[in-house]
Each structure stands twice: as C-alpha cells, then as structure tokens.
Design a protein around this ligand. Structure first.
Ligand code: NAD
Length: 358
C-alpha cells in the first residue's frame, strides 16, 4: 500500500495507529489539519475488508471535517478515527477503554465523538480514561444526540436558499421533499412543519415515513419518485451520492438543501446542478449543526450558545450564494474556496484564534 501516496492525495496531515493486542483494538486516528485548533471528529466502528479501506475512510472523513469546522467558524481542525470491528468475539468495553487511552496519549490533539457504529455508551467508556471526548450524555455535562442541531442547521440552510432563490422570508407554504426521515430527517420535518412548510417524504423504512405523515402531515412518496416531484426544495437526508447522473435530470425543484454527507456522487455533479439553474446548498455548509453542538461541549456545554452558532449557518449559506452569483462559480466550489482561503491566511499569519472566527 502506498501510504504516503494516499496522504498526499488527501492533502494530509498526520495519521496515528494503535494496535492493542489485549483488547484486539486496531485504531486509526487521522488528523487532517489542526491550524484552526484541535482536530474534532467522530469515531467509526465498522468491519472493513482491508486495512487500506479503513485508512482511506479515515483520511477522507477527516478531510471533510476540516472543511465543515472551518466554514462553521469553529476553532477546530478536522480529524476522524476508525476502529476496525473484529469479525470474532470481542470485549467492547475493554476495546473502547483501550481506544480512550490511545486518545489520551494524543493529549488533546484529537477530540473524538460518536459516529457510525458507535454510541453514547461507547463515549461514556472513553470518558473514563480521557476528557478528550464529546457526545456524552447530558447527565455527564454532555450534549447528547446531535441530530436536532443538525436538523436546525439544515432548516436555516433551506431558509437562506429560499430567501436567495425565491425572495421569500419564510418557509410558510414552501414545499420540501425530504429523502430519508431517520434521525436528522425526522427532526428536519419537525422544524419545517413548525415553519408552515408543506412536506413530502420517502424512506425505505415505511414506519419512519408513516411517523412523519402522522406527526407532521407529510405526504408519503414512492422511493423512486422523491427527486422528481413538483416541489420547491429537495432535502437529501439519507445516504451519500444521492445527486448523480440518474437523479439530477429528474429534479424539478429549484433548490437542493439537505443533511446527507457527500451528496454529490462526483464533483462534476455540482457543476451539473449549477448548469441546470438548481441552487445547491453544499452539504457540509449546512449540516454542521451537530458539530457546532459537540464543539460547544469541548468548552463547557451550553445549549443556547450551540443554538446561536447553528443559527448562523444561514449567513454562511447566503455568503456562498452571493459569491457564486457574482463569480459564476458553482456553490460547492465556492464553499471549498472560502475554506481554502481561510486556511491559507493562517499559514501566512500563523494566527489561529482570530482566523477561526473570521
Ligand atoms: P439515519 O440512519 O438515522 O437516517 C437515514 C434514513 O434514510 C433512514 O431512515 C433510512 O431508512 C433512510 N434511507 C436509507 N436509504 C434510503 C433511500 N434510498 N431512500 C429513502 N430513504 C432511505 O441517519 P441520520 O443520522 O439521520 O443521518 C442522515 C444523513 O445525514 C447521513 O448522510 C449522515 O451522514 C448525515 N449527517 C448526520 C448528522 C447527524 O447529526 N446525525 C450530522 C451531519 C450529517
């Protein structure tokens, strides 16, 4: 495996490895960039076909966190950890305690959180050996489930997009089609309903779609039709790569703004949306509410402050559209440019804290 080739491809950074024989822990901590502050990002616990797949996943995700934190003006760099889930029996508590010790060895350079395959209980185990962990339960001063904050940020991203494209100050009567009503999608429907929006939903789990119908009066749409219905906004809140060669030509909405990570199957799909006159809210620009919430936990949890930070996603979203229109650049590229300019500024000045807030 060409490890340094991969590091260079993802513009890294540093990577730490830990193998703890006693517990079976095989962990990778990828720190993409720490110019804005300690790297913050979740911990995945999944089976991988190869060590190389696990490393690439960590690199890719950590890089995404740098962009998300920088755009949300958080004083954090981007990091992610991956624990390779053993195929045979293992002691989960011993493994997460060993992982906590590994994080402690990094002395706050990387701060972990919940992600796919990990739970609040795992974070509690990590917390017994290190303080460099977020997403613990409210009973321990933590911020708990990040989904409501992620949904709030997405709602603000939708509001900014609607204001920009449709010149409307409210979501009252705006029709939003939500693909995936799991943790974030459910809370997004709640937010939209409270603002008077009309909602359509599709989910592979019929019970989740029915819950949105029951609680928010959502109309259930067949899975394959959610991208092609007549509506104002499409909100992809299921899996990545939802915006691709098949879905984009069918979109009738004027705006795409949702929670899912990596919505563009490839960067060129961001160009396709732009060429078709569809306003795309870059995913990491509007799904950072959960990150704002855990970042608040690092300095002492205060739900009001986390909420204020999340509400500002509206301003970032607006700034992106503004520059996109002035320069004719697709929104996904504008978001990347804003981050890269900011990081370049710190490299020159060496001043971290002020740059994080600007
Ligand atoms: P989740 O697993 O709780 O919800 C996803 C939902 O999508 C599920 O209900 C699932 O049944 C449904 N789904 C899957 N495939 C589908 C398909 N083809 N069509 C329709 N529905 C489908 O996950 P979540 O935590 O709500 O996260 C949703 C997305 O948002 C993910 O991409 C995640 O990475 C991203 N995200 C989540 C958070 C957070 O705070 N949870 C933060 C940032 C980004």
């Amino acid at each position: 495996m060409d490890l340094f080739g991969h590091l260079s491809a993802y513009d890294f950074g540093e990577v730490h490895f830990k193998h703890d024989k006693a517990s079976g822990l095989k962990a990778i901590v990828a720190v993409h960039d720490s110019r804005l502050g300690p790297a913050l990002g979740g911990c995945r616990f999944l089976p991988y076909d190869s060590d190389e797949d696990a490393i690439i996943d960590a690199l890719r995700l950590a890089r995404g966190m740098t962009y998300k934190a920088a755009l949300a003006r958080l004083p954090h760099g981007g990091g992610k950890s991956v624990l390779i889930r053993p195929k045979q029996h293992f002691d989960r508590v011993a493994m997460f305690r060993a992982f906590g010790n590994f994080i402690e060895d990094l002395r706050g350079h990387y701060i972990t959180a919940e992600d796919s395959g990990t739970s609040l209980e795992d974070m509690e185990v990590i917390r017994t050996v290190t303080k460099h962990v977020t997403g613990v339960g409210p009973a321990h001063g933590g911020s708990g489930d990040p989904s409501p904050f992620t949904a709030l940020g997405v709602r603000r991203g939708i509001e900014a997009s609607v204001k920009y494209r449709m010149k409307r100050d409210s979501l009252d009567g705006i029709h939003v089609a939500v693909q995936g009503v799991g943790h974030v999608g459910y809370h997004l429907c709640k937010e939209l309903h409270a603002q008077g929006a009309k909602i359509s939903v599709a989910d592979i789990d019929p019970l989740k779609a029915e819950r949105a119908q029951r609680e928010f009066g959502a109309v259930i749409v067949p899975l394959e039709q959610i991208f092609e219905i007549e509506c104002d906004v499409i909100a992809p809140c299921a899996l990545g790569s939802a915006l691709n060669d098949t879905s984009i030509p069918r979109i009738k909405a004027r705006i795409v703004a949702g929670a899912a990570n990596n919505q563009l199957a490839q960067p060129r799909h961001g160009d396709d949306l732009h060429a078709r006159g569809i306003l795309y809210a870059p995913d990491y620009a509007i799904n950072a509410g959960g990150l704002c919430n855990v970042a608040q936990e690092v300095i002492g949890y205060d739900a009001e402050k986390a909420r204020d930070k999340t509400m500002k996603i509206f301003d970032r979203r607006f700034e992106i559209s503004d520059r996109s229109e002035k320069t004719g650049t697709p929104t996904y590229r504008v978001a990347d440019q804003l981050v890269e300019e900011k990081l370049a500024k710190i490299s020159k000045s060496g001043v971290r804290a002020a740059a994080a807030q600007s």
